[in-house]
Design a binder for this molecule. Structure first.
Ligand code: SF4
Length: 287
């Protein structure tokens, strides 16, 4: 959408916003720098990088309140579970809303007057139109230009390829538990330092985040980044195991999800489930 706007195919946008969790792969930061340098700047579009902190260090800091990641849990009785996802709301939705309020001139906790709002474009394509939703606050009105143009994912890829941006990496935290096996393998096989980093993080959160442990409310079971609930360094990311098949029956997931990750991933405005609805309204920025 940034390129479409910069090229004048879509109207000129005032700003582009990137919500930085502090733990994206290097390829994503490099790509963002390139977009800014080659597309946004020449078109006079400021790219605003907003952040609520570093999700990785916050999880391991006993003094920091932590909005939980969707970790896979193995309860003491052997039953599988998951922690509630709060991180998208805290690290993506919250800083974007904060910035929008600032841009409008009504920083939190000021009331945004009726009729004052931004038009917010969200890059959802026609093959995922079910993710397109209205904003949950009156000071943002959501638009979905790709859907309006009738563009599918492959139309977007074709357009990016024409701009020499075919290798656009997918944005998400390096250690996001929503990764499928393909994403884990990609990190392991292409970026040894980042693989070491996620394996180390996986081991560090085995008993939950540091704040919970410090406050004495530690997890009763064990937490894992990989769906198999096996330490990431040994997790079966090259094939699906029998116990994963069994767990799939309980979790309503499918083989494709194991390989390619959770379909809806971690877009700030296209999340699924109640946890995300709660997160969007739960940080004091909803009114
Ligand atoms: S990418 Fe994953 S870990 Fe990061 S904020 Fe989104 S859901 Fe949470």
């Amino acid at each position: 959408m940034l390129a479409l706007s910069a090229e004048g195919i879509l109207p000129k946008i005032d700003y582009a916003i990137f919500a930085d969790t502090g733990w994206e792969p290097k390829s994503v930061y490099d790509h963002l720098d390139r977009l800014e340098r080659e597309i946004a700047k020449p078109a006079g579009i400021p790219v605003l990088r907003v952040s609520s902190g570093n999700i990785r260090s916050d999880a391991l800091n006993p003094d920091h309140r932590f909005a939980s990641m969707p970790l896979y849990i193995l309860n003491t009785d052997g039953r599988p579970g998951m922690t509630r996802r709060q991180c998208t709301g805290e690290y993506k939705v919250k800083p974007i809303k904060k910035k929008i309020r600032q841009l409008l001139g009504y920083p939190y906790p000021a009331r945004v007057p009726k009729g004052v709002f931004v038009e917010q474009w969200i890059g959802i394509s026609t093959d995922e139109f079910h993710r397109a939703k209205d904003a949950d606050v009156k000071y943002m009105q959501n638009r979905h230009p790709l859907i309006d143009m009738g563009w599918s994912r492959s139309d977007c890829v074709r357009y990016l390829t024409s701009l020499n941006l075919a290798k656009t990496p997918k944005s998400s935290c390096l250690g996001c538990p929503f990764h499928g096996n393909a994403q884990w393998r990609h990190i392991r096989d292409n970026s040894p330092a980042e693989w070491e980093d996620v394996v180390e993080f996986d081991a560090a959160i085995r008993k939950g985040n540091a704040r919970a442990n410090a406050s004495g409310s530690r997890l009763l079971g064990e937490a894992f980044l990989h769906r198999s609930r096996v330490p990431l360094g040994q997790a079966p990311i090259d094939h699906v195991t029998a116990s994963e098949w069994a767990a799939l029956q309980q979790e309503l997931a499918d083989e494709d999800e194991l390989e390619r990750g959770v379909a809806d991933g971690c877009s700030p405005w296209a999340c699924r489930g109640d946890a995300d609805a709660l997160a969007q309204g739960g940080f004091g920025l909803a009114t």
